[in-house]
Design a protein around this ligand. Structure first.
Ligand code: ADP
Length: 735
């Protein structure tokens, strides 16, 4: 509060009073006006503390204009924060992202300012020699002095290096043999060595790199799709392109986006090896103080490469000159809560705003990206085959109608035989099932009820290791009951269908001597735990990995030659817009895990619908045919990328109030050409955490201002406090 007082007294004689329009990182409809205290000398982008009600909040100066605010005096800004200003392009990006997502600018601003929440790096107390000799020289003291000769260290470091107690160091300090020096940890990251020798690229990689260098050399915004099967050397190529961009401009910065923390670790290690220095790292697993360091370094131009998850896109880069989006098709780029956005799409927007090129890399690009590439909007650079002559795995369909598994089992005879042969050859297998837990459904044999979560519309999944029933929608869980909660019958509950734990159980019965391990978010609960499993698999300490999609991407297991997909049809059952696309991408990625090195690999896909276009395309390894069919269907229906979608999700605790509001909302929909509004309808999950849910779906022709329509619609109705209205532009989830 002292800050506010001093600001007030300073503002006595406003020579040319100015009004600062301050954007706050809160879901507010607009920026707030404040008076600039005289002498503060604000500029656009400055970070300030401003009063909001009784509190002070951190915000960013979005605009400055002359004036005093008329007869109602404006509250003054309390202080300018000791942090680098937000660059104009970052502010422009935040504003653009808000409009695109039909949300208030405060929401993306909150993400952009997240790095400031961490404490500023504290100065460290370092000890150095003064040159004075100790009064009583002892062996321990001599060791401390020898250790201090190498340069200043903290007291703890000195004691450790000299193998003495902290008392010995303290005594030397008291005597004046050592003195203290305060040093603030540097904000600078070690620069990459761009001249380090790079691997020799194969001709296909060299051609792709030439295309990227050409794009980067042209300057300005452009997008390239780097399209090549897993193992074709895409990462190697984009790291070369990144080196090229950084060499061209000594201040340039580059951002590499990855869909998952586990993958960021692998890429960080490769960058550290390739350029002799670790890049800055940005994701939810990074501690707040370290995040603040990255944030400030990005704004000051003191780090040249940032590797991060989707929110790294909101860092305040001083001079962003290249963005790479790896695994660009990955659904994790869609942020579904809070500020809803698609990081790949926003990366392209940020590239445009920064006038920087963007590289999208994938083995199975999204239909949107393929369509843009096909239209010539993006450069399309294809890597033909795997680097070093490794062959693609052979993909075979196991027709479950002809060779079903035994009753109560999930592995069909052809898969069991292949796994047996693989293990006999001393090679590894991966059994893939994208379902956590033991069984997706628990049924009472006595009354027929299915067990569901008490406050949500979803079935409870049995997790046998944990002995619990879990709701995968909300995380609710309870111990597995002995009696049916509906009819009280004892021992009547049966597990229906398989999850990874059940497949593991079956594999153990079939191959008692094999070392079998489950890899899912339940067993790999942290990045370290995930890495431990990956390392054990790479080192050959695991024979069969039973895994969910946690293992589908990025990892390279040299001795893995068989991939068995337990239920290839699983992803198709939801039937939403991207079900076929997602299934194709996921299964192609999983199959790509087999035989990455010299050993040829096989993938067996168990399916009840071998004639489905997705299965046929996978077996024929004909992505282009699948894409052509899928695009034709989307075109006929006017769906993305040929039209655009948005969802309105309305929820509230009270059914009657919700229905009344939804009715008003439906009546308020503006009339607009080229836009269809469907709904309201009960959401597939009509009850979540005690809240009832309804949905509208909006379909717009391309070229129609969908965001303008959504903003106009929202402005026409005011929701009661108990009701939440969320707008999801380009929805990925339809639940
Ligand atoms: P992708 O990103 O397409 O999956 P990577 O870039 O990871 O492919 O390459 C696959 C493997 O081949 C990696 O182990 C990588 O180090 C190696 N590799 C790729 N290109 C080369 C090259 N030109 N020289 C040597 N090794 C390479």
């Amino acid at each position: 509060m002292g800050l506010i007082e001093s600001a007030k007294t300073e503002g006595r004689a406003p020579a040319a009073a100015r009004i600062a329009s301050v954007l706050l990182p809160l879901p507010l409809p607009e920026a707030f006006d404040y008076a600039e205290p005289a002498g503060m000398g604000l500029a656009e982008g400055d970070l300030v503390a401003a009063p909001l009600g009784p509190r002070l909040v951190c915000g960013v100066v979005a605009a400055l204009r002359d004036g005093t605010g008329g007869n109602r005096p404006l509250r003054p800004i309390a202080a300018r924060l000791d942090a680098p200003a937000l660059p104009p392009s970052t502010l422009a990006f935040v504003t653009w992202a808000a409009r695109y997502s039909a949300d208030s600018a405060g929401q993306p601003l909150a993400i952009a300012l997240r790095g400031l929440r961490g404490p500023a790096p504290r100065p460290q107390r370092l000890l150095r020699l003064t040159g004075k000799a100790p009064r009583k020289p002892t062996a321990a003291r001599a060791r401390v002095m020898a250790a201090a000769e190498g340069g200043p260290l903290t007291s703890a470091e000195l004691a450790r290096a000299a193998e003495v107690s902290s008392g010995v160091v303290g005594a030397l300090l008291a005597e004046g043999v050592l003195e203290e020096e305060l040093r603030t940890p540097t904000k600078t990251f070690a620069p990459p060595d761009l001249e380090q020798a790079s691997p020799k690229l194969n001709p296909s990689q060299a051609a792709a790199l030439a295309g990227l260098e050409d794009m980067i050399g042209a300057g300005g915004f452009a997008v390239a799709l780097l399209d090549g099967v897993t193992g074709s050397g895409k990462t190697e190529v984009y790291l070369e392109a990144l080196a090229h961009a950084l060499r061209r401009d000594p201040e340039a910065q580059a951002l590499v986006l990855l869909p998952e923390i586990a993958l960021t670790q692998a890429v960080i290690a490769r960058i550290a090896q390739r350029f002799g220095a670790s890049p800055a790292e940005w994701h939810s697993g990074v501690a707040p103080a370290a995040r603040r360091r990255v944030w400030e370094a990005a704004a000051l131009g003191a780090c040249r490469i940032v590797v991060g998850a989707r929110s790294a896109l909101f860092l305040p880069f001083k001079r962003l000159r290249l963005i790479v989006v790896d695994e660009e098709h990955d659904g994790s780029y869609k942020q579904e809560e809070g500020f809803i956005y698609q990081a790949r799409d926003l990366a392209v927007a940020r590239g445009r705003i920064e006038a920087a090129p963007v590289i999208l890399a994938s083995a199975t690009p999204s239909l949107e990206t393929l369509w843009n590439a096909g239209q010539g909007r993006y450069r399309w650079l294809r890597l033909a085959r795997r680097h070093g002559g490794a062959t693609m795995p052979k993909i075979e369909l196991v027709d479950l109608r002809l060779t079903p598994p035994e009753s109560g089992r999930w592995l069909a005879p052809p898969l069991v035989k292949s796994l047996r042969d693989t293990l006999a050859a001393g090679e590894q297998g991966l059994l893939f099932l994208n379902r956590r837990g033991y069984a997706p459904l628990v049924l009472c044999r006595a009354c027929g009820e299915r067990l569901r979560a008490p406050d949500s519309d979803s079935w409870l999944v049995e997790h046998r290791y944990a002995g619990r029933l879990v709701c995968h929608l909300t995380g609710f869980s309870m111990p597995r009951p002995e009696r049916c909660p509906y009819c009280q019958a004892k021992d009547s509950l049966v597990a229906v269908g398989p999850g990874v734990e059940r497949v593991e159980e079956e594999a153990r019965q079939l191959f008692p001597a094999a070392r079998i391990c489950v890899f899912s978010s339940d067993t790999a609960t942290s990045p370290e735990a995930a890495r431990a499993i990956i390392e054990a698999m790479s080192a050959g300490e695991i024979d069969v990995l039973v895994a969910t999609q946690a293992a589908a991407k990025g990892h390279d297991f040299p001795n893995l030659t068989l991939v068995g997909v337990v239920d290839a049809d699983l992803g198709l059952r939801g039937g939403d817009l991207r079900a076929a696309e997602r299934t194709f991408q996921l299964l192609a990625q999983v199959a790509g895990r087999a035989g990455r090195r010299a050993k040829p690999g096989r993938a067996l896909l168990q399916t009840w619908i071998p004639d489905h276009p997705v299965m046929q395309a996978l077996a024929a390894q004909d992505r282009d045919a699948f894409v052509a069919v899928e695009l034709a269907e989307r075109r006929a229906a006017g769906l993305p990328p040929f039209g655009r979608l948005a969802a309105l999700i309305v929820s509230g605790p009270d059914q009657t109030a919700l229905e009344a509001f939804v009715k008003r909302l439906a009546a308020a929909a503006p009339n607009a050409e080229g836009i269809d509004v469907f709904g309201p309808a009960d959401a597939p999950f009509a009850l979540v955490r005690g809240r009832r849910r309804k949905r509208f779906l909006v379909r717009a022709d391309r070229g129609v201002d969908l965001q303008g329509f959504l903003a106009a619609w929202r402005a026409r109705v005011r929701a009661p406090a108990s009701i939440r209205l969320t707008i999801d532009v380009d929805p990925y989830s339809f639940l």
